[in-house]
Design a protein around this ligand. Structure first.
Ligand code: NAP
Length: 309
């Protein structure tokens, strides 16, 4: 039986299956220090997620660590460089969540434009027939900018074809053979876009990439959607752009200090706020669990991760 350190709870089903096949040490159920003092020498695999991460300090404390298996595609809170230094592979769960995250991004876009959440509150509050809801904005035929045309970004772009939208994107490099127009400057992409969807990875390389000048370029009629990581957007600048009316609206699934949401956003009718649910469907979460298990089994049986980062 492999000794596995699990850094946070996943679904009941996942926790049960993992514990049935391996010796699992659930760190959140114990005194972490005492657990590590007793077992650090025996731990061979860390199971974690994009939420729980894995620090360099923890990796250093585990002399027999051979692999890190993570649930989720983003791995910004895992110190991959520290793992690489020791030759420890890290796996994530890409691709299986593309459709659900892209669906949610598009849902946020439509909600922001057509004010669906706001209209729902309007009806529930008994305002229908008593007050007037302002008009929304058309989605079809508009300009969609995508920051990060990767696996999820491409799925978002595909969805836009049904809405006859024009699409442009910004990555660090243009994609070979891609039909969508590339913008070398994020600022220029924002200036062109009616909607700007953020779908690049989080972490130091992209911190505050969407800053005040980018939001100003998107403008008072523009809408910013974020399904990537809170860190990619300068959050205080976002709040002030919305407060000043320099940005038209925002649809957010992710924040800098989750689960905290900047209080000013809670009061804004032109903002849609979701609690980081991009991949949160029964089907996708099951597929993510299965891919984590497939990575773990493949590593233990053949020494190979299927989807190493
Ligand atoms: P991916 O396939 O690696 O795509 C990322 C894209 O971002 C690539 O096209 C990459 O192109 C671009 N990019 C990276 N760094 C950039 C930079 N500094 N400037 C501009 N573009 C940059 O990743 P994915 O599987 O689509 O996932 C994207 C992210 O979505 C994840 O990392 C995760 O944070 C987030 N996510 C969120 C949820 C949720 O629940 N909301 C769920 C799943 C994933 P270049 O390398 O050419 O620059």
């Amino acid at each position: 039986m492999t000794c596995i350190l699990q850094l946070g709870p996943l679904s009941e089903r996942f926790n049960r299956t993992l514990a049935a096949e391996h010796e699992v040490l659930p760190i959140w159920q114990a005194d972490a220090e005492a657990l590590l003092a007793e077992h650090a020498q025996r731990i061979e695999v860390v199971v974690t997620s994009a939420r729980f991460g894995c620090s360099a300090a923890l990796i250093e404390r585990l002399p027999r660590l051979r692999a890190i298996c993570s649930f989720g595609v983003g791995y910004d809170p895992i110190d991959v460089a520290a793992a690489r230094t020791r030759g420890i592979p890290v796996s994530n769960t890409p691709d299986v969540l593309n459709d659900c995250v892209a669906d949610l991004a598009f849902g946020l876009l439509i909600d922001c434009a057509r004010q669906m959440s706001r209209a729902d509150r309007f009806v529930r509050d008994g305002n229908w027939g008593r007050a007037q809801l302002p008009l929304g904005h058309r989605v079809s035929g508009k300009r969609l900018g995508i920051l990060g045309l990767g696996r999820i970004g491409a799925a978002i772009a595909r969805r836009s074809s049904g809405f006859e939208m024009q699409v442009r994107y910004h990555n660090r490099r243009p994609l070979a053979g891609c039909d969508y127009a590339y913008e070398a400057s994020l600022h220029e992409l924002a200036r062109w876009s009616d909607f700007l969807i953020v779908a690049c990875p989080g972490g130091e390389n992209t911190r505050n990439l969407v800053d005040r000048p980018v939001m100003d370029a998107l403008g008072s009629q523009g809408v910013l959607i974020n399904v990537s990581r809170g860190s990619v957007i300068d959050e205080p600048a976002l709040v002030s752009a919305l407060q000043d009316g320099r940005l038209g609206g925002a649809g957010l699934d992710v924040y800098v200090h989750e689960p905290q949401v900047p209080p000013a956003l809670l009061e804004m009718p032109n903002v849609v706020l979701l609690p980081h649910i991009g991949s949160a469907t029964e089907e996708t979460r099951l597929a993510m669990e299965e891919l984590l298990f497939d990575n773990l089994r493949s590593f233990l049986e053949r020494g190979e991760m299927l989807t190493a980062v």
